[in-house]
Design a protein. Structure first.
Length: 518
């Protein structure tokens, strides 16, 4: 072989993926510490090389508009972009005039192929927004507060006036969820198959849509819950409250994991970036603040004209704001201090909802007169992972992906504030198990008071008396240990019996597939 080994990677390309400086392995105090540092450094170097090599497989490149000297991107309008772009990109900008049932809310699927819109007066429609092909269109004849796609484009949830309903992509009603009552906001966790909802009485509710069973329900005690979003990194629900605080909730804990005082007035909107490291909040005090969730401290604070009622992050870190009838987009406001927005668009009516389309440079805006699709250059991720979400998947691939998602479903117990805790050993439960096993060996036996009788013919000496006394005490200890082991075995058998009876008596959604005795 004239060129043995892997092809060399340019240092300039590797510098793009390096994080920080190399460690000094000579500073280790012990030989074992030195070996561990060297191994960790080799792993980091290998990861940087693999990331640099994989860039050759990426066919597309993303990038924002770069203005010339003396110009600003805020002066670029949608008509200018449509005139300068190709036909395929120009068709992504359109406006749906729906003045009878507004204001509207909109959401895209995870692969960015389908769009779901819903008016507050009952109009609900699902369509393929690229080809403008309508999947279904219904009128629920009552107030609609929020909408959410589920794991696939075959089902979606609608929070109506009293209950939450689940429909398929043909508009047929599949389920009616009566808990919680009068839901205001919905969030779907795709990796856990959980539908989270909040209502005006302060209840936060999680439902497992794969089996149709309730997972948890917490009474926050913090009033009306009309501001909600999820952290896509760890599936924690973030709530905004009228007191100016933001709380983070998990279905495994009855109390908030974190409670932060973010504003001096009521919180109007909360958004978390795709990496899960930064959180943006806006309040009635006309301020927008960027928070580092890893350290729970403020990074940047922006004074805006009015309180942003709606905020959303794109895949590349761009932040979209809805202020009255104005839509503003900021380019990476988390890692740098900005002085002006990236793009501005003005509408005729008030903005009611914002959502970036995945893998597309498109921002969907729901407002009082319908829906508007805006072109935002650089907002979407240029390359997609077909194993994660494929915009070009066929019907057979969608079915296989749904089965794979169910097999890879993450348990609810893994929803934790620190996502790195999932791969670690649960030390607390391990210590508890060790203590339970040691209770048998180290449990203090009952005090035995025994005084041996006096015997004649040399058998009543002090040494003989002490030996007989110790023998009786040891026999009592052995008997105590035997009783403890016997009690523990009986408790275990009784617990298994109760669990088996509970499982047999419980009725689940899948019990209809069980064989019945004739």
């Amino acid at each position: 072989d004239r060129y043995p080994g892997d092809a060399p990677v340019p240092k300039k390309l590797m510098s793009k993926y390096q994080r920080g400086k190399k460690l000094h392995t000579k500073g280790a105090r012990t030989h074992h510490g030195h070996v561990k540092l060297v191994q960790n450094e080799k792993k980091v170097t290998m990861a940087v090389k693999q990331a640099a090599r994989s860039e050759r497989l990426l066919q597309e490149q993303s990038g924002f508009m770069i203005p010339e000297d003396g110009e600003s991107t805020t002066n670029v309008t949608q008509s200018d972009i449509v005139q300068a772009a190709d036909i395929t990109t120009a068709q992504k900008h359109f406006n749906l005039e729906l003045t009878q049932f507004g204001p509207y809310k909109a959401q895209y699927t995870r692969n960015g192929k389908h769009l779901l819109i819903a008016g507050s007066k009952g109009h609900v429609a699902a369509l393929d927004w690229l080809t403008k092909r309508l999947l279904c269109e219904i009128n629920v004849m009552e107030t609609v507060r929020d909408i959410r796609w589920l794991h696939q484009e075959t089902m979606f949830a609608v929070a109506q006036k009293q209950w939450t309903y689940i429909y398929d992509n043909q508009g047929i009603e599949l389920h009616c969820l009566k808990q919680p009552n009068e839901a205001l906001r919905l969030e779907f966790l795709p990796y856990h198959f959980l539908l989270a909802s909040s209502n005006a009485t302060g209840y936060l509710y999680w439902l497992d849509v794969s089996v149709g069973q309730k997972v948890a329900s917490h009474n926050t005690g913090l009033g009306r819950l009309d501001v909600m979003c999820q952290n896509p990194q760890n599936a924690v629900i973030c709530l905004g409250h009228p007191t100016g605080s933001v709380s983070m909730w998990s279905p495994n804990v009855n109390e908030p994991l974190v409670k932060m005082l973010c504003h001096g007035a009521a919180v109007r909107s909360v958004a978390v970036d795709p990496t899960g490291n930064y959180m943006a909040t806006s309040g009635v005090d006309r301020k927008m603040k960027i928070w580092d969730i890893r350290k729970f401290e403020m990074v940047h604070s922006y004074q805006i004209g009015c309180g942003a009622g709606h905020m959303v992050f794109s895949q590349t870190g761009a932040l979209g704001l809805g202020k009255g009838n104005i839509v503003e987009v900021y380019q990476d406001p988390c890692r740098q201090q900005l002085t002006s927005p990236y793009m501005i668009h003005k509408l005729k009516t008030t903005v009611n909802n914002l959502h970036f389309c995945p893998y597309e440079d498109v921002l969907g805006v729901g407002h009082g007169d319908g829906f508007t699709s805006l072109i935002i250059p650089g907002a979407g991720e240029a390359n997609f992972d077909a194993m994660e979400s494929n915009p070009y998947q066929t019907k057979k691939q969608r079915r296989e992906a749904e089965v794979q998602m169910l097999l890879d479903k993450i348990p609810v117990e893994m929803i934790h504030l620190d996502s790195k805790m999932i791969g670690k050993v649960d030390m607390k439960s391990f210590v508890e198990r060790v203590e339970e096993n040691n209770k048998i060996h180290f449990k203090k036996p009952m005090s035995i008071s025994y005084e041996p009788k006096h015997k004649m013919k040399g058998k009543g000496s002090g040494r003989k008396k002490e030996q007989r006394k110790r023998g009786v005490i040891e026999e009592g200890r052995r008997q105590t240990v035997k009783e403890l082991v016997k009690d523990k075995l009986q408790e275990g058998a009784q617990g298994r019996k109760e669990s088996s009876t509970a499982v047999s008596k419980s009725k689940g959604v899948l019990d209809r597939f069980k064989k019945t005795e004739t």
